[in-house]
Design a protein around this ligand. Structure first.
Ligand code: 13P
Ligand code: SF4
Length: 308
């Protein structure tokens, strides 16, 4: 029997079932190349909301696909691997987050989109790495704030805006692995390279960065910069678009502390081309939630979209 041509089959089924494929920049390059749209969390949420296809095939992690379903609940939302989670979402269970809120009743809860639908429903407003600063700058100066669940993004925004926010103690398993020692060694070897980093990185890395931004902002930065060499402080999947959309530029992955592939997100990488094909063929796994939960979670997400 001939092997299945996954690319061809995915494109054929996409037409047949009237689907749109949305993918995050940390997906395998062949998935990015098949997608109708590749973007950061905010752009993907907007695309999902505006989608008029019957099926949204979401190649990203669970919280992203959940957000797509919440924003466009009449669509079927497929995720190639239901176990594609996120360490930030896992580190912020809804009962503990509810308690955190109850302990600080006068605080406004700004929650990073990397969290479950239950946590979103308990929040006042959602933000992404590209929108957090803009949202916080629109809140009254004397408004106390709880920022969850990424302490590194929270600390970065706290420094940029001067706002004294209470931070949930969470972090990303990928972005917390970068090594300052290895960064400095790389900078000595490549003094002409600029460091660009995602705000989920620890402060010790961000302090060295020439530019900090969301995945889309990092890609735009390297496209527009006159510089030729960049040390990339985020998940390595992003380098595919950087290499694809620029010429004559060199991208060096910021190494993790241990001798591991820890700068690859194990959750994002659960999605493979074969699983993408299978989820479309079998129309499962699907993202399902109660209408009541989606209605509550939609309010703080829509607030973010309006203020971003
Ligand atoms: P972006 O919104 O910058 O794409 O970030 C998503 C993410 O999970 C980073 O680890
Ligand atoms: Fe979550 Fe980190 Fe993976 Fe992004 S890179 S999805 S924050 S675990």
């Amino acid at each position: 029997m001939n092997a299945v041509d996954y690319e061809r089959e995915v494109l054929r089924m996409k037409k047949e079932m009237n689907a749109v494929i949305l993918a995050h920049y940390y997906q395998e390059s062949e998935i990015q190349d098949l997608a109708d749209f590749v973007g950061d969390s905010l752009e993907l949420a907007r695309k999902a909301k505006a989608a008029d296809a019957d099926v949204i095939v979401f190649s990203g992690v669970h919280f992203m696909a959940e957000t797509a379903k919440i924003l466009n609940p009449s669509k079927t939302v497929l995720l190639p691997d239901l176990e594609a989670g996120c360490s930030l979402a896992d580190g912020c269970p809804a009962p503990a987050f509810k308690k955190f809120r109850e302990e600080h009743p006068n605080h406004y809860a700004i929650t990073y989109i990397n969290c479950s639908a239950e946590v979103k429903a308990l929040s006042d407003i959602i933000c992404t790495s590209s929108s957090a600063e803009k949202i916080i700058s629109q809140l009254p100066q004397d408004q106390p704030i709880l920022f969850s669940p990424d302490k590194n993004l929270g600390n970065y925004i706290r420094k940029k805006t001067g706002r004294d926010m209470l931070l949930w103690n969470g972090s990303c398993i990928v972005h917390e692995t970068f090594s300052e020692r290895k960064l400095i060694a790389l900078q000595v070897e490549h003094p002409d390279a600029e460091l660009i980093a995602h705000p989920e990185c620890e402060d010790v890395i961000l302090q060295h960065a020439d530019f900090v931004g969301s995945t889309s902002m990092l890609i735009k930065y390297v496209q527009n910069s006159p510089k030729k060499k960049f040390i990339v402080g985020t998940e390595v999947g992003i380098m595919h678009q950087m290499e694809k959309t620029t010429t004559g530029k060199t991208f060096l992955a910021l190494p993790p502390d241990a001798n591991c592939a820890c700068n690859e997100c194990p959750h994002m990488k659960r999605n493979t081309l074969e699983k993408l094909y299978l989820c479309m063929k079998n129309m499962t796994p699907r993202i399902e939630m109660s209408t009541e939960l989606m209605d509550r979670a939609r309010i703080p997400i829509e607030r973010m979209l309006a203020m971003s």
